[in-house]
Design a protein around this ligand. Structure first.
Ligand SMILES: Cc1cc2nc3c(=O)[nH]c(=O)nc-3n(C[C@H](O)[C@H](O)[C@H](O)COP(=O)(O)OP(=O)(O)OC[C@H]3O[C@@H](n4cnc5c(N)ncnc54)[C@H](O)[C@@H]3O)c2cc1C
Length: 296
């Protein structure tokens, strides 16, 4: 029987594990992909106190991983498929094993949305340029999205792409002024507002034209790379058995849920701001509350 199982090793899960372990709990972290979570793919981590000027998501993720390591918190790479309440606590079933735990902290975050698969089934798309810069050097790029995340990746791509077309369905880019000013100053970024992706043409496996809903067309016979940054949906599927209220896959709940011993931390919760700062704050509180419960 584990004291606490943390599901998800993004900023919220790592923070929760650190705070629980520091209170003398035996902690196991289960992560389906890699330590770091969503931020691992980001070209540059912004606005979190203490990050370096050009710190990439991968660098940030490595620091999280290192911290779990030197804190002697075990992490197992396996996907959790179900969680159920038992008399003694919880049963957690993963792709590799079955576990018992007194408390569970769910820090399972969100997943980036994809384009409508009926309309864009055969269009090759990407989410992140980080680590693949050579592939996009000198290319025409289309980014679907105009939020902070899309804007930041557009600015990163503009450093080496031929040109970057941002396509936003609102009548203006929805990013913070810091990014907006840089986009306006860039001679490589073209913002297409009040527009969505309508259709595309390919030659072989290469996209050569993207047509927008306002009639504009972006063409390049040498190929166009399409990035999708149109928001996220929460990973609440895992919580099906608990009948929480959800919105777009995000769970409407406080950190301490109505289920004794079950905690939610980070982006998975319905909240006004989804950033590393709010995720680690949730993780801190969840870790402390789980420790109190497991030691009661
Ligand atoms: C494009 C973009 C740029 C961003 N830039 C910034 C920024 O510069 N600064 C900032 O503060 N924030 C930024 N954010 C937001 C930030 O990434 C999130 O707020 C933060 O990652 C949330 O952390 P989390 O731990 O709650 O969730 P996540 O980071 O989503 O981590 C959840 C983890 O749970 C794992 N998981 C999910 N389901 C399971 C399962 N069934 N079994 C096991 N593991 C599972 C996932 O693999 C993942 O590792 C950005 C977001 C985006 C989309």
């Amino acid at each position: 029987m584990h004291d606490v199982i943390v599901v998800g090793a993004g900023p919220a899960g790592v923070s929760a594990a650190l705070y629980a372990k520091a209170r003398g709990l035996e902690v196991l972290v289960l992560e389906k992909s890699q330590v770091g979570g969503l931020i691992s793919g980001v070209s540059k981590v912004s606005h979190y106190a203490s990050v370096g000027e050009h710190e990439s998501g991968q660098e940030f993720a490595s620091k999280l991983s290192e911290q779990l390591d030197y804190s002697q918190i075990p992490v197992q790479i396996e996907e959790v498929n179900s969680i159920s309440k038992t008399e003694a606590g919880f049963k957690v079933i993963s792709s590799k094993a079955e576990y018992e735990a007194k408390t569970v902290i769910l820090a399972i975050g969100s997943t980036l949305k994809e384009l409508d698969q009926d309309k864009f089934k055969d269009l090759p798309t990407e989410h992140w340029p980080l680590g693949k810069e050579e592939l996009y050097k000198g290319k025409t790029v289309v980014i679907n999205g105009g939020s902070d995340g899309a804007s930041k990746e557009a600015l990163y791509l503009a450093q080496f792409a031929k040109c970057v077309h941002m396509v936003q369905d609102q009548d203006r880019l929805l990013c913070i002024s810091e990014f907006k000013k840089q986009i306006e100053a860039s001679d490589k970024i073209i913002a297409h507002t009040s527009a969505t992706l309508e259709s595309y043409k390919t030659e072989g496996d290469m996209c050569t034209e993207v047509v927008l809903s306002n009639g504009e067309s972006i063409r390049d016979s040498e190929g166009i790379v399409v990035f999708v940054q149109i928001g996220q949906h929460g990973n609440a599927d895992l919580l099906e058995s608990f009948s929480f209220e959800t919105q777009n896959g995000f769970v409407q709940s406080e950190i301490s849920t109505d289920i004794d011993g079950l905690y939610l931390a980070g982006d998975i919760r319905v909240k006004p701001v989804r950033q590393i700062a709010t995720a680690v704050a949730d993780g801190c509180l969840a870790g402390i509350e789980a420790a109190k419960k497991a030691q009661a």
